[in-house]
Design a protein around this ligand. Sequence first.
Ligand SMILES: Nc1ncnc2c1ncn2[C@@H]1O[C@H](COP(=O)(O)OP(=O)(O)OP(=O)(O)O)[C@@H](O)[C@H]1O
Ligand SMILES: [Mg+2]
Length: 470
Amino acid sequence: MSDPALDVVEFVLTTHLYTENRDLDENDLPPRFRQVFWSDDAAEDAPGGVERPLKATDGVTRTATGVDRPWEAVSELLFTQRTDFSGEISLTQPEMALEWYVDRADDDRIGANPTIVAALADADDLDAPVTHEESRDNVRPVQADRVWIDALLDEYFDEEEDAEMLDLVNVRAPEEIETTLADLVLTGDQEGEIQKIVKAIEHREYLASIGLREIGKLLFVGPPGTGKTTVSRALAHELGLPFVEVKLSMITSQYLGETAKNVEKTFEVAKRLSPCILFIDEFDSVAKTRRSDEHAALKRAVNTLLKSIDEVSLIRDEVLLIGATNHPDQLDAAAWRRFDEIVNFPKPDRDMRADILRVVTREMEIADFDPAEVADRTSGLTGSDLRMVLREAVLGALTEDRMTITQADVMAAVEDFEERDNLKNMDMIDGEGAEVLGETGSDGQEHTHDESGDDGVHDHDHAAHGPSQD
Ligand SMILES: Nc1ncnc2c1ncn2[C@@H]1O[C@H](COP(=O)(O)OP(=O)(O)OP(=O)(O)O)[C@@H](O)[C@H]1O
Ligand SMILES: [Mg+2]
């Protein structure tokens, strides 16, 4: 993004080449270009598309490239012109523009623009760094764009009652997912399962051809805060797939009579958005309802759910199903049996905790930071807990007007966390609990995590928690 002229030339050149070459489709446009030209009614049978000709007006170019004054960035170049009336920037000599661009852009950048790669492949005197096919693989497919997802949902949920359904189902475009797999610390087992899924998606056709269709239903099992939701989302980001998220407890509680229908709808949405990930959180809430025999409607819903799970397939429908639960013990055999892989999300061990601390603090500067020491003192804490500890350390320092934090701040935050955790365990989270939390800098000696009481370090660190810290 550091070269405005290059950004603007790439955009104008892309609009020109795409308009000229009728063989190219939406998936030949880099997503950020595609988005500015997206039109909801470009195609009859699809949720939208890009209509030719593409015009690089000032405003559109600004949005697509992020360059504030696009024309100023390229007005000096010999091959550009601007029509004053429409504000459109265009090319007087497209070949020269292509050469100019290829001279300056690196291979990765060129390879991520299939429209330009197609033109290079056709040119006699220029070489493309990758094949057209490869460059299309580099580009996120149109089905993963927010604009496409919105257009599809609009088309699909036109009635009012359907709109309510959208409150229950949350769809994210992969571009909107912030946490990536690189931000997560996984167990070897988890990494193995993710690898399997990535491979299964890649070799879908092969698997179908040898009759292996029962693949692609995962159940993530583990206590709260161990990364089940985050890993699922990161997987969507990694694979460039839309993420369809539904909390089962919502579906089974909100509109009782509608529940079975809602479950069916959820799966339909997923199939329409496919390839995608369908994430069903709080999977155990089904089990509970299955046991209680009060509501016939709920039972129907549960049976619909089980049936829908049976009917959806990664191989056939390109829907990867991930269920998550904190209470595997409450799942009955009928639900359990439907998943082909169970992935355990345990509380992290000492080494994992140290790694999580390293990842979480990647962007922070912490004086004397010793993740191993913190890991030693935080047995029983999850990834989510550790994030909270770090946040508290940062906020604590801010209250003392410090933008730098120290190992002592972190250790003090661990202690605060233990106190808070203690309250939670005593079941006083309401009212009284809030009061006690207000007293930071308490001088109690509580060890809440008995597993971690293997040294006396935290008693010394306690002193460092006072506001006198410099
Ligand atoms: N292994 C991990 N590595 C890095 N961060 C983690 C890890 N586990 C959890 N976290 C962080 O903790 C936070 C909460 O995780 P997440 O919501 O995915 O947990 P969960 O297992 O879905 O919990 P719940 O059962 O309550 O839904 C996230 O911000 C995530 O980044
Ligand atoms: Mg979760």
